[in-house]
Design a protein around this ligand. Structure first.
Ligand SMILES: CC(C)(COP(=O)(O)OP(=O)(O)OC[C@H]1O[C@@H](n2cnc3c(N)ncnc32)[C@H](O)[C@@H]1OP(=O)(O)O)[C@@H](O)C(=O)NCCC(=O)NCCS
Length: 180
């Protein structure tokens, strides 16, 4: 994610999270003032924004602090693909564990995280505002091998796999998921 992405990301964040979403200024701060922040966008070949995630890298932990797929593209397996990108990032940064909080009522996200090996570790009372709600603290060990598979809905949607082109501070890397 770069500053050029922030308008589109803020608009998607608002659609995904409503009142409890982040402001444009907050995203800009994450990209320009926070040394621990590592943020990515998922875009298609036409450079349309499909999703994004943000992480905080703290020693051997990667905290997933924001994560969303465009509501028009839900149920296509992109959430599973993007979560695998989070694991790939954790591997690249040498993190042993990925942690996150999720709203108790967020069945889709909890289902996604559980399906990718996350455990529900604790309940954080009144963790969220707008509306006030408990948060579920979840964590997963970073898989030791390269994560190149994806979930059932992605496998059904793209039987011949997906070509992913990583572009970040570490350079460019092309990957095919699932690996053949
Ligand atoms: C959570 C979210 C990212 C899922 O994205 P998605 O692209 O629709 O999810 P996928 O199609 O990749 O589904 C992957 C898995 O998620 C789970 N899942 C997805 N939608 C679900 C739903 N409505 N109910 C229950 N489980 C669901 C399933 O386990 C699914 O696995 P399967 O493919 O083997 O069936 C998406 O709903 C979203 O952006 N929500 C708004 C923002 C948000 O809540 N972010 C998380 C904050 S912690």
């Amino acid at each position: 994610m770069t500053l050029d992405d922030v308008d589109a990301v803020t608009a998607l964040d608002r659609r995904a999270f409503g009142e409890s979403g982040w402001s444009r200024r907050y995203f800009v701060g994450e990209l320009t003032e926070s040394p621990i922040s590592v943020f990515y966008v998922l875009i298609d070949r036409d450079r349309r924004l499909l999703g994004y995630f943000g992480t905080w890298h703290v020693v051997d932990q990667l905290q997933l602090c924001t994560f969303a797929i465009d509501p028009g593209a839900h149920g296509l397996g992109l959430g599973a693909v993007l979560l695998n990108c989070v694991f790939r990032l954790a591997q690249r940064l040498g993190c042993e564990i990925v942690q996150l909080e999720v709203r108790q009522s967020n069945a889709a996200a909890r289902g996604l995280y559980r399906s990718r090996g996350f455990n529900e570790d604790a309940v954080r009372r009144n963790f969220y505002a707008h509306p006030r709600e408990d948060g579920i603290l979840m964590s997963a060990p970073t898989p030791p091998a390269l994560e190149t598979g994806f979930g059932r809905s992605a496998a059904a949607r793209w039987p011949s796999g997906l070509a992913l082109d990583w572009d970040d501070r570490a350079g460019r890397a092309a990957e095919r998921w699932p690996a053949r």
